[in-house]
Structures are given as C-alpha cells and as structure tokens.
Design a protein around this ligand. Structure first.
Ligand SMILES: [Zn+2]
Ligand SMILES: [Zn+2]
Length: 179
C-alpha cells in the first residue's frame, strides 16, 4: 500500500461523498453502502467507480427533476474532467444543457425565453465556437435542437461555451408573456 494512494483515496472520499449526499443521497445510507463496498483504503480506481455509480443513481432518482439533474450533470462533468481524464465528458455536458433548458422552461412562468450563447474571449477558441458568439436562439428552437456543446468544435480541450437563458424583451424592454 502506498501512502500516496491512501492520501488520494481519503481526499476523494471526503470530497465526493459530501457532494453526493448534498445532491440528495442520505448520508447514513451512503456511508453504509460505502462500508459494504469493502474497498481497500488505497483502491483509488475502485473508489472512483463507486462515486460514478452513485452519481448515476442520483440521475435515476431525479429523472424528472430538471433543476436537480442540472446540478448532478454539472458534478459529473467536473468529476470526469478532474478524475477520469481519459474519458470524454462531451455527452455529460450535452445532458447538462438539456436539463438547464428544460428546467428554465419549468421556471419561466409564461415568460417567453431566449437563449444566449456565451463564448470566451480567448485566442484558443476555435472558429466553430467563435461563430456562435453572442448569438441568441429562440427558446423553442433550443428546446428541440442540440445547441451546446458545439458539435463541430475543434477547441483543444473541447467546447467550453456556455448559455444564458433569460426572458425575451420587446422593443420597449418589457418581458413578453405567452398565453
Ligand atoms: Zn463551443
Ligand atoms: Zn470550439
């Protein structure tokens, strides 16, 4: 057993078990599942699998709760990016944006929405991403089409573009209501 792996194991366990219980898995149940998994205290890969399984079970529990799913997919993407670097996180990012859009619809309360594409100001951003900078999409279009991450992106670390959903305003600056 190497001390380095034990330290890494403890750090990961502390960080992600907290996140998972914050996302809604009962702490007592989580600790019990952890003990039952009988992981060695230096089995970093085993722990990563445990964390990934729990994140997936959160998706299952919350499959209709889009604001919650948004948070879960966000954590999943961060987890892949920092702990499973060989894996592609694009699909999780796609699911993140899908739940962001669906939860915005639920929260919109009859206000017509639009989607703004936010692209970072950086020389490393590819042309496909740059092309969409500051563009706004009709909300219904965003609901039914894949907008982000950019499909034709060639940025070195993948598309990091973001979106902002807000109420569309008329020429007098007033929100538009759909009835
Ligand atoms: Zn992009
Ligand atoms: Zn790009």
């Amino acid at each position: 057993m190497s001390q380095k792996n034990i330290d890494k194991f403890n750090k990961l366990k502390l960080k992600y078990l907290k996140k998972i219980s914050d996302l809604g898995i009962n702490k007592v149940k989580l600790d019990k599942d952890f003990i039952e998994s009988k992981l060695n205290n230096d089995d970093v890969n085993g722990l990563k699998n445990f964390i990934w399984r729990k994140l997936n079970s959160l998706v299952k529990i919350n499959d209709k709760n889009f604001s919650k799913l948004q948070l879960i997919y966000f954590e999943m993407e961060q987890f892949i990016k920092s702990e499973q670097k060989s894996k592609d996180s694009t699909y999780v990012r796609t699911l993140y944006f899908e739940s962001l859009i669906k939860s915005s619809e639920e929260l919109s309360k009859g206000v017509l929405l639009e989607v703004l594409i936010i692209v970072q100001n950086s020389p490393h951003i590819c042309d496909a991403c740059k092309k969409d900078k500051g563009k706004t999409y009709n909300f219904n279009y965003a609901l039914n089409n894949h907008i982000l991450p950019h499909k034709d992106c060639t940025c070195k670390s993948g598309c990091i573009c973001n979106m902002g959903v807000s109420g569309k305003r008329d020429s007098n600056g007033r929100l538009i209501y759909i009835d």
